[in-house]
Design a protein around this ligand. Sequence first.
Ligand code: HPA
Length: 274
Amino acid sequence: MGTLNLGMIEDAAAFIKSKGGVDPEIGLILGSGLGVLADLLEEPLSIPYSDIPHFPVSTVEGHEGELLLGTIKGRSVVLMKGRFHMYEGYGPELTAFPVRVMKQLGVKSLLVTNAAGGVNTEFKPGDLMLITDHLNMTGRNPLIGPNDSALGVRFPDMSEAYSRRLRTLALDTAKTQGISLQQGVYAGLLGPTYETPAEIVMLRTLGADAVGMSTVSEVIVARHSGLEVLGISCITNMAAGILDQPLSHDEVMETAEMVREKFLGLVMAVIPGM
Ligand code: HPA
């Protein structure tokens, strides 16, 4: 756990509980441009990250920092509007601290979304991809350091990091909603540079379908905590070297915006079954 400990998790959770709001069953971490889901919460209670003890504060444009409690379709949720990335300078255990706090608040399952580059050449910008598994290419792990067995086991199993039950739920839901859903492996890198074309060839060779700069440390901590995980990527751009054009954060945000309705439709329809 590095410099984080159970006391800090309890502090943060106690502060959040003291604000009132629902007891959440489901955690949601929303990536670039997808924070609008927060506007669809019923009985919303918003808490700025900067108020929560020990919480880091996000530094990236397009990632607002607030935690929201509320209900969606009768399910109580805690939603992170904006997340923390290692490229901002936070250690992996700090980027995943909110997942620890969610668990402490009573959450049983976690939905993580992100913006990602398409490594699989069959994908198109605007596709949604169900994450079947990930490659942790950060060279870091949030569980390095002494293990607190109150939080989880020393050597967590990652053979079904992304829950089979929730993947089936997402595929069935997408089908009913008429939303096409790609499936594949998410490679998580440190960033903040986008990849070189050679790195994309490497990642494809290693089995990646999409690439991004978030999610893996959150999912590792979620599994350590015993949470069931569902992950969905929004393919905002083709990864470097596939098209003859440079990559930009503007393109990522524009595509995320274009896909917003479809993405929200899927997420809203999946939540009741989580
Ligand atoms: N690479 C890494 N992260 C990303 C990308 C990409 O191409 N697109 C959105 N996030």
